[in-house]
Ligand binder design. Structure first.
Ligand SMILES: *Cc1c(COP(=O)(O)O)cnc(C)c1O
Length: 436
């Protein structure tokens, strides 16, 4: 273990501020980062890595885009936090209402966790019902009601859920298998009049990438409407990442439906703590101060975070999305070629520009549709591959259950570096026992 990690662990649980950063499932010491620029991060040992973590999503434009940094610096010059309304919030809320369908109003929070927690409370307030349906493997932040079968971080830690969540909180959450319309129909048939909301990731990306089967999200829309429940579409990860209108822009817009509530985060704050819940006025106006559903935050809508979000979303034009899509296509092809050449059993899954790799014979033999499928992968194989890539100068997310995040700053040079690294890393794990 490195000295810096030892020191960190003496004063912080696991040495980290968020569990998956601790390298628990891949072993070894985390890379401590001193700075990041475009497609690269630099460790405190001054080693540069091609970065596919992208701060777990926000870095759509690449790290430290000069225009975003300048917007933040200018905002900082005017003061760090006021606890009062600003013009920037109105501008960012307006931009969101214009990009995504079915949104009149936006409430800003600091984290995605708060946004989904607020959306759930709002749905319960609106419907006067208690039950929430979530899908196994979908992550909606670490609030009590949503921690059951919550995917990546929890899966990486090998926990079924979390200690410290009361039976009461868990009792009001029904967990169903993802992509299973029959299970959803059965749950509505049994509990229909008590269900406040179905909360789902717009495309599941926290158990690895598991795209919704065609018609799955539309079925959620139909069943919730039929039974008077709300559909909460969690776009904290997909929002403004897979298209200028998020996953809804790829699916709901063409199919002609909107959810009742959306949640956003990650790209929305461009790397600073900012998230949001959003929806039609008829629901959103139940929030305090207009309505009885309380929701608040000292730093909510922070002027620096709003400046970073506004600058990021303004820069995220069609060219950016085309660039990221194009790179994802190329990277997918290269990953498959190199892993196949070394006989490493795997499956690459995609949701728009989001991509992840499932490891081992089970995912290689059939698509991953559910959390059960995702858990049947060979995480030990990934751990060896992860360290081989790290040795080659590529920082992957240190968990087999995470997306590999691409930015608009990833180009031909980075693809070449990744190709070379993938070739050698695949060869090194392909020689191991798990090769076919
Ligand atoms: C990251 C994430 C969250 C939680 O956001 P935080 O800002 O980490 O609290 C919620 N939902 C989804 C889909 C996410 O990917």
């Amino acid at each position: 273990m490195s000295t810096v990690f030892d020191q960190a662990r003496q004063v912080m649980p696991g040495g980290v501020s968020s569990p998956v950063r601790a390298f628990g499932s891949v072993g070894g010491s985390p890379v401590f980062i001193q700075q990041a620029k475009a497609a690269y991060v630099t460790s405190i040992e001054n080693r540069q890595y091609v970065d596919l973590v992208g701060s777990w999503g926000p870095a759509l434009l690449g790290h430290a885009h000069p225009d975003v940094v300048q917007a933040v610096v200018e905002a900082a010059g005017r003061g760090l936090s006021f606890g009062a309304p600003t013009l920037g919030e109105t501008a960012l809320a307006t931009l969101i209402t214009k990009r995504v369908g079915g949104i009149d109003k936006v409430r800003f929070t600091s984290t995605g966790t708060e946004a989904v927690m607020g959306a759930v409370r709002l749905a319960r307030g609106f419907t006067s019902r208690d039950l929430i349906i979530k899908f196994a493997g979908c992550y909606h932040g670490h609030s009590d009601a949503l921690l059951a079968a919550a995917g990546s971080g929890v899966a990486t830690a090998g926990l079924p859920g979390s200690a410290g969540v009361t039976a009461g909180a868990a009792h009001d959450t029904l967990v169903l298998p993802y992509n299973d319309v029959d299970a959803l129909k059965a749950a509505f048939a049994q509990h229909g009049s008590s269900i406040a909301a179905v909360v789902t990731e717009a495309a599941a990306a926290n158990m690895g990438i598991v795209p919704p089967l065609p018609g799955f999200n539309a079925a959620i829309r139909e069943l919730t409407r039929e039974h008077g429940a709300l559909m909460i579409f969690d776009e904290v990860l997909t929002g403004f990442r897979v298209s200028s209108a998020g996953w809804w822009g790829l699916e709901g817009r063409t199919e002609g439906w909107t959810p009742d509530l959306y949640t956003f985060g990650k790209v929305t704050g461009g790397g600073l703590p900012l998230a949001a819940l959003a929806g039609p006025a008829g629901i959103m106006d139940l929030l305090a101060p207009l309505g009885p559903v309380y929701q608040a935050g000292t730093l909510s809508g922070n002027p620096l975070a709003v400046a970073a979000g506004l600058a990021t979303l303004k820069l995220a034009d069609d060219t950016v999305y085309a660039t990221v899509d194009g790179f994802a296509n190329q990277l997918e092809a290269v990953i498959s070629q190199r892993l196949n050449a070394a006989s490493v059993p795997h499956r690459v899954q995609r949701a728009g520009s989001l991509l992840s790799v499932f490891w081992g014979e089970s995912p290689a033999s059939a698509p991953v549709l559910t959390y059960d499928d995702a858990q049947r992968q060979d995480t030990a194989l990934f751990a060896r591959f992860f360290h081989a890539m790290l040795d080659e100068g590529v920082l992957l997310p240190p968990s087999a259950f995470e997306a590999w995040f691409i930015s608009a700053a990833h180009g031909d040079k980075e693809l070449e570096l990744l190709d070379a690294a993938l070739t050698r890393a695949a060869a090194s794990v392909g020689n191991g026992e798990s090769a076919r």
